[in-house]
Write a protein that binds this ligand. Structure first.
Ligand code: C2O
Ligand code: CU
Ligand code: CU
Length: 581
């Protein structure tokens, strides 16, 4: 995408490679160098250099002097305006903007600070993040900080905050307790607002991270797709025939243009034999991203909540479902001048076909599900490496993740399903039989503060649902698939230990009546937060409470959880839970 309004920052790998060896010296200066001058500055030690020729706000000038940026890999960095080294303060404005997703085609979008995806917010573990947000959109919005353990009234979800009206402002302010890649996006009409461009990455680094990881050249890869119409505009939601509308609701919306950091198939340069670290987030409404790199294996070292205890080597592919993150290492091999391609691969996720026969909607299993040809996402141009590459030796353990002790844990069962689609285009997505706007405080699962629970996520539908919980990490226990008679047909043991906020809940294994149950463990521990910051205020489920309940600052209606296929979430597959003293 060619940006019309923003400064672009390029990762310069040769530079990074040199800096590799001067890391310690540079780190010392860069940590103290406030990066204040442009929206897109960042410390030089991380190997990113600035183009600097265009500054934000100079729209018309930018258009004239802007070089041809098509397919250039770029990362826009949010500018920290606070001199305190432990505070990252940024100004963020959501507004209508124009970008070029596809060559020569201008698309009207919603953007944070004029860029899609929104600028990368960089901070370190323990920092306070302050975001001075202005809503200049023609509609109301909020910002949800996906994956962060923050006070409930900073969560930006419907039970936490009233939508910020056009022209309104809000200051988000909270501590960043965990190191990982997170992301931010609206929680109001998210299927529309995220698709139109509102989503950005937030990278929280760890000063204490092992040097073998810290020294690796690193890219943040924001994976997305967007559905453009013939004129290049982001297609309106649920447009077209009843069949098309139902398909978009049932399967979620997938785009026809795939993007990495807002660009179609951009190119990065990589030194042969030098391990590359990729911090990946999938911000697409619905597209599952199964990634592969020809003849190469991936090592996964982390995910949603930070590093794994132990790296998982030799992976042919990595699946990143909507909302999820992956922290991976790949060692590029080949001849100088050769270009490798990071590919998107299809995976069966229970997609449907829809036909209307004699006024009745008939659903079938999409025969192309999982069979569509791969699509290139990113080019990796190999460059010669004059230095003998050293084998990557990772520390063991990589990271300490404390397993959640589930002895005596309360079990909470949540059933994911949907209604039969109707010939008028209606279909309702539900958790425990209710849509989000029908759920009251009585329906909401309760937890006592500090309590450990096991949640049984039961999928009665054929499609997969990427499950997300706000405000707390969980750990995946196991998955059991049962046929219509309740007999177990498959058991999947616990995956390697990690803290997550996303997990894919697979579709049922057979016809209606069969089911898949995935169990997760959650400890409702406020962690670094004040206990009152995670408590429910009681009685009022949503919308009206958060900032309006007199004198009960910091209490919200609770914590949302939902399917992260945004058409499902906004179609009702969303609920909330409440924590009590
Ligand atoms: Cu990323 Cu409630 O969502
Ligand atoms: Cu979230
Ligand atoms: Cu879903």
């Amino acid at each position: 995408m060619k940006k019309l309004i923003e400064v672009n920052v390029y990762v310069n790998d040769s530079m990074k490679f040199l800096l590799f060896f001067f890391f310690f010296i540079l780190v010392a200066c860069s940590k103290q160098t406030p990066t204040k001058n442009s929206d897109n500055n960042m410390p030089i030690a991380s190997g990113v250099v600035m183009d600097g020729s265009v500054s934000s706000g100079s729209n018309s000038v930018a258009e004239q002097i802007r070089p041809n940026l098509a397919h250039v890999f770029r990362t826009s960095i949010a500018r920290d305006i606070n001199p305190d080294p432990n505070i990252v303060e940024i100004n963020l404005e959501a507004k209508e903007s124009i970008v070029e997703f596809s060559d020569g085609v201008i698309s009207k979008v919603y953007a944070y600070n004029g860029v899609v995806p929104g600028p990368l917010i960089k901070a370190k573990k323990g920092d306070t993040l302050i975001v001075n947000f202005t809503n200049s959109l023609p509609e109301s919005t909020t910002i949800h900080w996906h994956g962060l353990q923050l006070p409930a009234d900073m969560d930006g979800a419907a039970v936490a905050q009233n939508p910020i009206a056009t022209g309104g402002t809000f200051q988000y302010k909270f501590v960043l307790p965990d190191a990982s890649l997170f992301w931010y996006h609206p929680h109001v009409r998210s299927n529309v607002q995220v698709e139109k461009g509102l989503a950005g990455p937030l990278l929280v680094s760890d000063k204490e991270e092992d040097v073998s990881l810290k020294l690796l050249p690193e890219h943040v890869l924001v994976l997305d797709d967007v559905l453009l119409d013939d004129l290049g505009e982001v297609q309106a939601p649920f447009a077209g025939t009843v069949e098309e509308v139902l398909l978009e609701k049932i399967n979620g919306r997938e785009g026809n243009v795939l993007l990495v950091n807002g660009e179609q198939q951009p190119t990065i340069k990589a030194r042969i034999g030098i391990p590359l670290r990729w911090r990946i987030v999938n911000i697409a409404n619905s597209r599952f991203m199964k990634l592969s790199l020809d003849q190469h294996k991936f090592t996964r070292i982390g995910g949603d909540g930070g590093l794994l205890t132990q790296a998982i080597p030799n992976l042919d592919s990595i699946m990143v479902v909507p909302g999820e993150r992956a922290d991976i290492i790949v060692v590029p091999q080949g001849e100088p001048g050769e270009t490798l391609q990071l590919l998107w691969n299809d995976e069966d996720r229970g997609k449907h076909t829809v036909t209307i026969e004699n006024g009745v909607v008939v659903m079938g299993h999409d025969p192309n599900d999982g069979r569509r040809p791969p699509i290139p996402l990113l080019n990796i141009e190999l460059i010669e490496n004059s230095i003998e590459p050293k084998a990557l030796v990772l520390p063991e353990p990589l990271h300490e993740v404390e397993p959640i002790d589930t002895t005596g844990a309360t079990v909470n069962t949540l059933v994911f399903g949907h209604s039969m689609p109707m010939p008028n285009g209606d279909i309702f997505f539900t958790i425990n039989g209710k849509q989000f706007d029908e759920i009251t405080s009585e329906d909401a699962p309760d937890a006592n503060i500090g309590e450990t629970q096991i949640w049984e996520l039961v999928n009665m539908s054929a499609g997969d649902h990427p499950f997300h919980l706000h405000g707390f990490f969980f750990q995946v226990l196991d998955t059991v698939k049962k046929d219509g008679n309740g007999n177990v047909v498959m058991e999947i043991p616990a995956p390697p230990l990690e803290n997550k906020d996303m997990v894919n809940l697979p579709g049922r294994p057979g016809p209606m009546g069969s089911s898949t149950t995935l169990r997760i463990a959650i400890k409702f521990d406020p962690g670094h937060r004040n206990p009152e910051d995670v408590l429910a205020n009681g009685g009022i489920p949503a919308i009206v409470n958060a900032d309006s309940v007199a004198g009960i600052k910091g209490h919200s209606g609770g914590w949302q959880f939902h399917c992260h296929i945004l058409e499902h979430a906004d179609g009702g597959m969303m609920s909330f839970m409440e924590i009590w003293q």
